[in-house]
Every structure is written in C-alpha cells, then in structure tokens.
Design a protein around this ligand. Structure first.
Ligand code: GLN
Length: 490
C-alpha cells in the first residue's frame, strides 16, 4: 500500500509509532499531485514549500509527544477559505492575486493541531454552482471518469480526496456544495449544523446558509477533521456556544438497534430521479435495517418549494456580499477607466463570470424597492415552513435518509447552458441549509457506468453524532467507500 492511500486514522497510528514521518507522508501526496493533477485539475495552488515546512514542524511536535490526531496529516483547502500569505482566489478573476493577511478560524485550528496544508482547491466561482464548471480559473475532472464533472461547488476538494491527493479537505456548503461533490466523487462529505463551525475567514456567499465542512475517505476520518475545526469562535457572531456533546470520533460500530430512520415520502416521488440512484438508496436502507435500524414514514411537503426559496435567498445575500468587490479596496481593478463609476462597472463586468453576474442581477432585483415583500420576504416565510417540516419529522425519527443528487455525475458541458436545470439538481440538499441542520453524504453504490452514488443522512441541529453513528455503521457493513477510481499511474 502506498502512503497516500492511507486514511487519516491509519496515517495517524503510523506517525504516532514513528514508523513514518509527516515529511514522507507529505512528499507522497505532493508527488501524487504532481503526477495526476494536470489531468484532474483539483488544485488552483499547490503549496509545496509551505507544506514541507509544516510537515517538519509536525514531525518535531510528534517527537516531543505533543501530537493530535491531525498532526502531520496533509489537508487541502477550498480556495475561498482565507490562508495567511497563501493566495485565495475564490476561483474568480476578481480575486486572482488576493493574498489574505490573516487565517480563517478553521485554518488557525488546523495549524494548532499540527495539520499540513498542501494547497488550495478549485471550485465554482464564489461557490455558485454544482459542477465546478463555473470556475474562472480551470475545469476539474471527476477522477472516476475524466469526461464527467466532479460536482460542485467544492469539486476540487472532493476530487483531491477521491484521487488520494490529500488525506482530507475542507469545503463549504451553502446549498449542497460539500455533500453533492462528495457524492459524485465517492467520498464522505459533511455539512455541519449552521453555527457549529466558525465562518470567520470564509469568503461569504449566502451568509445565512454558508457552512464549512470536512471531506474525507471515511466517516471516522470525517469525525477527526470535524473535531479539529468545530467549536465556538467569538469572531463569528453566528458561531454557536453550544458545547460539542462529546468527541465526534468516539463512534461505536455496535449496530443501529433502536435508531429510527425517517424516509421522506416526497423524495421517492421526485421527478427526474435516476433509477440507479433510487435503487442504491433502497439497498442502503435495507443494509441499515439489517443493522437494527427501523424505518418510519415521514413527510417533508415543503421540499418542492425549497429550490424556489433558496434561489431567491442565496442570490439576494450574494448580491449584498459581493458588493465589496469594487476594484477599490483589493483584488482586480480595470485601470483603463478614469471615472470611479466606470472603473467599478468595468472591474465587475470583467472580474466576475457569467453565473456570478446572473446571481448579482437576480439578487439586486429581488431586493429592490417594491419587490422585497414579493420575493425575499416570501422566500423567508417558506424557509420558516421548511424548518417546521423538519421539526415535525424529527419528532418521529433520529435521522432522515435521502438521496444527495437526483443523478450521478454528468458529462462536462452538459448543463452549462441550462442554469435552471442545474438549480433543480440541488433539490435534495438545499433544505438542510434553509433549516440549518447537518447532513452527510456517504458512498452507497455505483451507476451502471461506474459512477459513485451518495447516501444522504440528515439529523436535527447539533446532532452530528447521530449522523456519524449511522455512517460509520453503514461503512462497517459495506465497502463502497473503499473503492478507488482506476487512475493511469496506479
Ligand atoms: N448549487 C448551489 C448554488 O449554486 C449550492 C452551492 C453551494 O453550496 N455553495 O447556490
């Protein structure tokens, strides 16, 4: 077995026993990136030298017996999380040369834990999209089939984990952007409860929806990475002081007796859901039942309105958040213009890609005088009803089981000219962001073309532990998460 193939749990054990060094581990992923990433395009920036310096530091932490489960572990970071001294582009021309003067809270936490940052990953520009095709910098290819999308917007992070170019990665999830690419790339991705992980230093898209989340090779690793980044941060006013109930990594593989799985009626009847997806979900539910879980029928009737509500709320918030990129304070500026207004107009027209401009226009329109009540307020009312739906459902069950996406990863280019179709593909993930509840994607099958399919596990606010328990037990009983894409150089 090659070093880069290890999981975080396995690598940590070997580091602790001093059988390997973090420098060796880091070199193995850097070589892997070097050999593969011109074909995959997961990384916007590879931080070779920074990574090796961090690895040496980690080795000295280990030598002194001061290691944590993340010490010396190479991690990749979605390129919208600020890293001091390391370029952070949001995959946008407008921030192409932005070097943050500070670290995001999660980066500070990872550094404290001794993790190694290997680089910054590709994404849809400002996290707007579901395929990573909206990146203003490059395309990312799915490691399972280079002709397919990796999903999005954290497509670079998911592809990097799937191709063993890092041991874990951070993404961000505003409407599904951790779970959906994890599903498409056959890895594990968790969107934590809103407020569980600080957003300080995360470039804002939809502030009432955004959440940073871990992407890993299995549930146990996901728990370790979550332990490293979760917790209260006074610098983020939406960060929750609710204590983390217990160490997420203490998950038992003792079966699921007494666990109630909510099966939403509406999700089975959703139009456009691929047969391979329904079949994989059905089989997964069967596996969970053999582990002792019990199915209960639940109803989430507001699901069909979630897409409309989200695609009003998210663009409204984005139009306000993105007003700061005006060519004055930082980032790209069109210096060919002389007047301030002309400079700002031209900077924004040249700096932002089509999808970002589409959302800014949509959001600005919906928030303009006279329209607020008809759009943002209405959407917020629907949001309250979505929250009610989940509240009622969780009176009857511990977790909700659902698909992540209606179809496996599609070919690159298939949906770029049809944004509406792309938006509709988010139907199963958006509601969790509207309600602020946590959700995970874990591998549960493959399509007949061999593309991975993810199972979504949702739980009530701050009950990530229930998700870890179900996912870990599922992984003890199945091997979908152990399958690897066949890559030329293997
Ligand atoms: N696809 C959704 C959007 O484009 C979700 C993106 C995300 O979660 N960042 O808004």
């Amino acid at each position: 077995m090659k070093l880069y193939e290890l999981t975080i749990v396995e690598a940590h054990a070997l580091l602790k026993q001093k059988k390997i060094s973090s420098e060796e581990l880091t070199r193995s992923v850097l070589e892997r990136i070097n050999a593969l990433d011109d074909k995959i395009g997961a990384f916007i920036t590879v931080a070779d030298e920074i990574a090796l310096a961090m690895a040496r530091q980690a080795d000295s932490m280990i030598a002194q017996g001061m290691e944590t489960p993340l010490t010396g572990i190479p991690i990749a970071i979605k390129d919208l999380i600020c890293t001091q001294g390391l370029r952070t582009t949001c995959a946008s021309r407008i921030l192409e040369n932005f070097i943050p003067p500070y670290d995001a809270f999660v980066i500070k936490q990872l550094k404290k834990a001794g993790a190694v940052i290997v680089g910054k990953t590709n994404m849809d520009e400002f996290a707007m999209g579901s395929s990573t095709e909206n990146s203003g910098i490059q395309i990312t290819h799915n490691p399972w089939d280079f002709n397919c999308i990796p999903g999005g917007s954290s497509g670079g992070s998911a592809a990097a984990v799937a191709a063993d170019m890092c041991f874990g990665a951070l993404g961000s999830d505003t409407g599904g952007s951790v779970r959906q690419p994890a599903s498409h790339c056959g890895v594990v991705g968790l969107k934590p409860t809103y407020g569980r992980v600080s957003r300080f230093g995360l470039v804002a898209y939809g502030s009432s929806l955004d959440q940073i989340g871990p992407i890993t090779k299995n549930a146990a690793d996901c728990a370790l990475l979550m332990n490293g980044i979760a917790g209260y941060d006074p610098q983020d006013s939406t960060s929750s002081p609710t204590p983390i109930p217990d160490d997420y990594s203490v998950i038992s593989g003792e079966g699921l007796t007494g666990v109630k799985l909510g099966i939403p009626r509406e999700y089975q009847a959703t139009e456009g859901i691929d047969a391979s997806v329904s079949q994989a979900i059905r089989k997964a539910i069967g596996v969970l039942e053999t582990l002792g879980a019990q199915c209960v029928d639940i109803s989430l009737p507001l699901t069909r309105h979630a897409v409309s509500a989200y695609y009003v709320i998210a663009p409204c918030e984005a139009s306000s958040n993105l007003a700061r990129y005006d060519g004055v304070k930082y980032g790209f500026r069109d210096t060919n213009q002389t007047g301030l207004a002309e400079m700002q107009r031209s900077t924004r027209s040249l700096g932002f890609g089509d999808e970002v401009q589409r959302r800014i226009i949509l959001g600005t329109y919906a928030l303009s005088a006279g329209y607020y009540d008809a759009y943002y307020k209405k959407a917020s009312q629907v949001r309250t009803l979505v929250i009610e739906d989940f509240k009622k459902a969780f009176e009857k069950c511990d977790v909700i089981i659902a698909p992540v996406a209606p179809t496996p990863a599609c070919p690159i280019g298939l949906m770029t000219h049809d944004p509406l179709q792309m938006y509709l593909g988010d139907i199963f993930t958006l509601s969790a962001n509207l309600a602020g509840i946590p959700g995970m994607s874990t591998p549960c099958g493959f399509s007949d073309k061999g593309m991975p399919i993810g199972l979504q596990i949702l739980s009530n606010h701050f009950n990530e532990t229930a998700i870890f328990k179900v996912a870990h037990n599922f992984q003890q009983a199945t091997d979908f998460h152990l399958k690897k894409p066949q890559l030329d150089i293997d």
